[in-house]
Write a protein that binds this ligand. Sequence first.
Ligand SMILES: Cc1cc2nc3c(=O)[nH]c(=O)nc-3n(C[C@H](O)[C@H](O)[C@H](O)COP(=O)(O)O)c2cc1C
Length: 319
Amino acid sequence: MLGIEHPIVQGGMQWVARAELVAAVSNAGALGVLTALTQPSPEDLRREILRVREMTDRPFGVNLTFLPTLKPVPYVEYRDAIIESGVKIVETAGNNPHEHMPALKAAGVRVIHKCTTPRHARKAQDIGVDIVSIDGFECAGHVGENDIPGLILIPATVAQVSIPVIASGGFGDARGLVAALALGAEGINMGTRFMCTQESPVHPAIKEAITRSSETDTRLILRSLRNTSRVWRNGLSGQVVSLEKEGAGIDQIGPLVAGAKGRGVYESGDVEGGIWTVGMIQGLIDDVPTCGDLVRRIVDQAHALVSGRLASLTLSGTE
Ligand SMILES: Cc1cc2nc3c(=O)[nH]c(=O)nc-3n(C[C@H](O)[C@H](O)[C@H](O)COP(=O)(O)O)c2cc1C
């Protein structure tokens, strides 16, 4: 359906999924996904799409995330920039993309919708989405409000929809890929793992922080606003959680979680300088490979796992 070689997708990442990373992932035979809203305007997005095309002739997608923002976002203009640029794969997230479906479908775009519950997956299928990407509680960023870990969420979703399911949240290696396939998914989506690669545009100090962090070094913020997000465990995210416990509102919390501050972290490498998004999978990440090496390693080790350890279990079971 997506024209890719390996069943691996790089999820949209605000400030991170720029042309260099997207092209590197697609050149590795997986699906790179550009993040529309990282570009300040629809015109900038058109230029960024051209930059991806200069670096790869493989399929890639664009992520369009609908989230509550203080300043209104011209979503229709971003969508039209994607369509008019001839991009044929769009990943939507954050909210139901129903009002954009007719235009996307008319342009022959395959829509992957990312959500966090089987109920939302069913709804996505009902409005004509082609593929659902189901994000478990382990994931980086918006975990939703139902806290369903992948081990339950993936098979529950597969059981409730007939369209293909991509498993997302907590994936970073071959073991995860094989497990996702065993749970009924067609492939995996990874954010944090691709953020920690050579081609990822974040400061080396951020990559280094990911390699030394454990699975306990994330925190959930903004639960009190029903906009729960998994981020790195630093002083600032702790401060946000304390403020939430005291009943603070968006006026007090807003300035601490401002997007521009998070962006600054990726550029400066100052891990304490702002709120930044990362998933629990960081506990299993201990290197900074190229995207090509990463995808090759995952695919090779997945083949070895299936034909080695898992096959031997089947054999011993029948002897
Ligand atoms: C730095 C960062 C920024 C992200 N920004 C977005 C975003 O703008 N839109 C979106 O749909 N998902 C976003 N995500 C979520 C990823 O697309 C993906 O669903 C998630 O990372 C999967 O969990 P994992 O990190 O455990 O692989 C972001 C993730 C990271 C790590």
